[in-house]
Design a binder for this molecule. Structure first.
Ligand code: NAP
Length: 537
């Protein structure tokens, strides 16, 4: 089969891929997006489960690159739901006529680098071949859903699916017995939304998660007009904050205030929208165990206030990690769901799942008869999308081997041994740990500038220097070690009981926790200095 040639192949048509192709085609660069799914939208195309919505303020999540787009688009809710988010991404793609640069049902299977030709050969499932000088991987950090490895999972005779694969056709669950396994950000959204829409809901919880209110609400035309007037300020605020949000950390100092003043602060934050409860909190809660414990006790009391049955409330309070030391899920009446007669908490800490049966879930204590099982069991996060592709770099080495014990990158953007592979929101970038689109715009712009720089130099091979990569990994580890999250089990630190090698005790340094301003200053300095850490040939 004859290979199709492009200067750049972008893999993935999600939030990152859409912006990347916009930048490349604006510059007149011959580029194409290969998307494995049958349409664009990535995470917002796939995650159709009830309750799926932003937990970043909608107007900080949208793209900032086009004033016209900002003026045209009206966000209906402060935290917009999946259907609107997908409509938005389609609107962007159509407005800028980007679909004509996208190929769907184009699942990349292998990528092989030629160090003589300075090009990647890309094989798709089905046999098609593409050749490109540069490959931009915009694979998404949460695009590889993982199912538990329970015996009997294929025996279940009812309907079962991962939340990522929630059926597109409407599903009437009104008289169904539904089991949800998993209480991460996804489980917490779907459980709260399903509670009053299903016959019976059983929540299979292995470890409880801290969670606090999203405080969503509609955005009126007047409010949207005020937001439009403020867009420059909004994006500037996001760039200046560690998490890429408008929320500003409380710098008064945890220990400078009395316990009563701290409670007053938290009472206020608990009522505020989105990640205010963590991003506008005292930095000490992320760094100091005593401060974190006080905060955790505060949130535990909030859970006790909201859950009628004290025994259930205690089971919903995490004991193995402190508040916001894992990725914090935000909720809408999640805890109140457990006050309903048709909702039951099944604590797997008391009796673990033994197997899935034809008719339900068998735990060590009893059998639960179910019509539907929803797996809200998470993702092979950040590196999963890379592992799915068989990537061969210099000398035939595979990326899977190079990253077996965790990724190693320069700035989360390049990897030594894998020239001309440009990663948007890659492992060890700041994207995974912050407001995603804000960081991806920065990442796409930086990589596009690097590509232009290489072209201007006549370079056809762009590779991070090994020593620069080692320096960056050390910086990633340093930033990680400072935070209390270093001791927690969650996808931020690469934990996933369903993926071989990602278990407890094997920390994978997958995300950079130094915050947006520091990350952006580092990558901008690299560019301003003429890319000293990158070998251009
Ligand atoms: P997750 O945070 O990794 O949570 C997975 C859940 O499944 C955990 O409760 C986990 O329990 C449980 N689980 C996994 N394997 C299990 C097994 N074999 N048996 C029993 N329980 C099992 O995944 P997620 O909830 O899909 O969220 C992932 C990320 O997606 C979020 O952190 C967030 O960044 C993103 N997200 C964003 C939004 C949004 O609002 N924008 C919404 C949803 C998700 P353990 O804790 O015991 O491992």
């Amino acid at each position: 089969m004859e290979a199709k040639r492009h200067e750049v192949v972008v893999i993935g048509a999600g939030v990152s891929g859409i912006y990347q192709i916009k930048r490349l085609t604006d510059l007149g660069i011959d580029a194409i997006v290969l998307e494995g799914d049958d349409d664009l939208g990535g995470t917002w195309y796939r995650n159709r489960y009830p309750g799926a919505r932003f937990d970043s303020e909608s107007y900080t999540y949208g793209y900032s690159f086009s004033k016209e787009l900002l003026d045209e688009w009206h966000w209906n809710e402060r935290f917009s739901a999946q259907p609107e988010n997908l409509r938005y991404l389609n609107y962007v793609a159509d407005k800028f006529d980007l679909r004509r640069h996208m190929r769907f049902d184009a699942r990349v299977q292998t990528m092989t680098w030629s160090d003589t030709e300075h090009e990647w050969t890309i094989h798709l499932q089905g046999g098609e071949i593409y050749v490109a000088t540069f490959v931009v991987t915009s694979l998404g950090p949460l695009s590889m859903p993982t199912l538990p490895r329970y015996e009997g999972i294929d025996d279940f005779a009812g309907h079962s699916f991962h939340t990522y694969h929630w059926p597109e056709e409407p599903l009437d669950l009104s008289d169904k017995r539904v089991g949800v396994i998993g209480t991460g950000a996804t489980g917490i959204q779907v459980i709260a939304e399903l509670a009053d829409k299903v016959g019976e809901l059983k929540v299979f919880q292995r470890r409880p998660n801290w969670s606090s209110p999203l405080n969503n609400g509609p955005i009126s035309a007047d409010e949207m007009a005020a937001i439009r007037d403020r867009y420059d300020e909004i994006f500037a605020n996001c760039s200046a904050s560690p998490g890429g949000f408008e929320h500003v950390p409380d710098r008064r100092g945890f220990w400078n205030l009395t316990p009563e003043q701290r409670i007053e602060t938290w009472d206020r934050l608990y009522e505020q929208p989105g990640f205010a409860i963590s991003a506008a909190n005292f930095p000490a809660i992320f760094l100091d165990e005593t401060a974190n414990q006080e905060m955790s006790d505060y949130i535990a009391n909030r859970i006790r206030d909201r859950v009628d049955d004290p025994q259930i409330a205690e089971k919903l309070i995490p004991r193995d990690h402190g508040f916001a030391t894992q990725r914090l899920p935000l909720e809408t009446r999640y805890f109140e769901a457990y006050n309903r007669d048709n909702v039951h908490l099944v604590s797997l800490a008391d009796a673990p799942i033994e197997r899935i049966t034809e008719t339900g879930i068998q735990t060590a204590a009893e059998h639960h008869d179910l019509d539907v099982i929803v797996y809200a069991t998470g993702f092979d996060a950040i590196t999963g999308g890379y592992d799915r592709i068989d990537i061969h770099g210099v000398g035939g080495q595979t990326l899977a081997d190079a990253w077996r014990n965790g990724p190693s990158t320069y700035l989360g953007a390049l990897a030594n041994g894998f020239p001309n592979m440009f990663m948007v929101a890659g492992p060890q970038s700041v994207s995974g740990s912050t407001n995603f689109p804000r960081a991806i715009e920065t990442g796409v712009d930086w990589l596009t500038d690097l590509l232009i720089h290489a072209r201007n130099q006549g370079a056809t091979r762009v590779e991070a220097r090994a020593e620069a990569e080692q320096r960056w990994v050390a910086e990633v580890v340093r930033a990680h070690e400072k935070l209390l999250l270093r001791g927690s089990k969650g996808w931020f630190t690469g934990y996933n009981s369903n993926v071989a090698g990602h278990q407890e005790g094997t920390i994978r340094y997958q995300a950079y926790f130094g915050g947006v301003p520091k990350y952006v200053s580092i990558i901008n300095q690299e560019a301003a200095d003429g890319y000293p850490s990158i070998d251009l040939r």
